[in-house]
Write a protein that binds this ligand. Structure first.
Ligand code: C5P
Length: 224
C-alpha cells in the first residue's frame, strides 16, 4: 500500500483536530495540527508585543521561534513546544484564540509555517488539518476533506473544550470568536480558507464521531 497525504480543512471548531488525530491513529500516520503552529506564533507575538503593522518586527520575531512537536506517551497525544516550552494548553485559551486569525493573515508568518508543514509531509503518511492544507500546503494531497458544521453546534463543542481546560466562557462569546475567525480566515488575501475543488465535504453537525472517522478512513484506503 502506498502512503498518502490526508488534508483536512474547514471552519473553526468543526472537530477537525479530533477527527484528524483519530484518523492518523488508525492509519498509523503522523498527525500535524497546523492551527497549533499559528497559535504558538500568536502566543509568542502576544508575549513580545510584536507590532503586526511592522514587517521588520514580525520577521525578527519569527526568527526567534522554534516550533517542535513531541508525542506525550501518557496522554497519547502530540503536544506542541515553542522554544522548548510545552505550550499545548496555553495556546488553546481565549487570549490566543482572539488574536490568532490576525496573525495568520500575515504573509511572512504563512510562508514560514507552510515551509515547515511541507517538510513534515515530505515522506507522506501524514494527516494534517488546517485551513489551507488542501489548497496551498499540499495541493497534490491524495485525499482532501472539507469539514463543516452548524455554528451553534461548533460553539457548544468549543465551549466544552475550553471548560475542560479550565476556562468558563459564555456560549455567545465562543460563537462570536468562531464567527469572527471564520470571517477573517475566509476573507484574507493570502491563502484564504476555501474548499479545494477536489475536496470531499463532510458536515459533522449530526454525524457521530466514529462515523466521520470511519468515512475518512474508507476514503483514504481507496486511495492507497
Ligand atoms: O485550527 P485552529 O482553530 O486551532 O486554528 C486557529 C487559527 O489558525 C485559525 O482560526 C486560522 O486563523 C489559523 N490557521 C490558518 N491556517 C491553517 C491553520 C490555522 O490560518 N492551516
Amino acid at each position: 500500500m502506498k502512503k498518502i497525504i490526508v488534508a483536512i480543512d474547514g471552519y473553526s471548531g468543526c472537530g477537525k483536530s479530533t477527527t484528524a488525530k483519530a484518523v492518523a491513529k488508525v492509519l498509523q500516520y503522523t498527525y500535524l495540527d497546523s492551527g497549533a503552529m499559528y497559535r504558538a506564533v500568536t502566543l509568542f507575538f502576544l508575549r513580545n508585543n510584536t507590532d503586526l503593522t511592522n514587517s521588520q518586527d514580525i520577521i525578527s520575531n519569527l526568527k526567534e521561534i522554534k516550533i517542535t512537536f513531541h508525542f506525550n506517551e501518557a496522554k497519547g497525544i502530540q503536544e506542541i513546544f515553542m522554544n522548548g516550552e510545552n505550550v499545548e494548553n496555553e495556546i488553546r485559551g481565549m487570549a490566543v484564540s482572539s488574536y490568532v486569525s490576525e496573525v495568520s493573515k500575515l504573509e511572512n508568518v504563512r510562508t514560514e509555517m507552510v515551509n515547515i508543514q511541507r517538510k513534515m509531509g515530505i515522506d507522506k503518511g501524514i494527516v494534517m488539518d488546517g485551513r489551507d492544507i488542501g489548497t496551498v500546503v499540499f495541493p497534490e494531497a491524495e485525499l482532501k476533506i472539507f469539514m463543516t458544521a452548524d455554528t451553534t453546534i461548533r460553539a457548544e463543542r468549543r465551549q466544552k473544550e475550553l471548560l475542560e481546560n479550565g476556562e468558563r466562557i459564555s456560549l455567545d462569546s465562543v460563537k462570536e470568536n468562531l464567527e469572527s475567525r471564520d470571517a477573517i480566515d475566509t476573507g484574507r488575501a493570502v491563502s484564504p480558507l476555501k474548499k479545494a475543488s477536489d475536496a470531499i465535504e463532510i458536515d459533522t453537525s449530526y454525524l457521530a464521531f466514529k462515523d466521520q472517522v470511519s468515512k475518512i478512513i474508507e476514503l483514504a484506503k481507496e486511495r492507497m
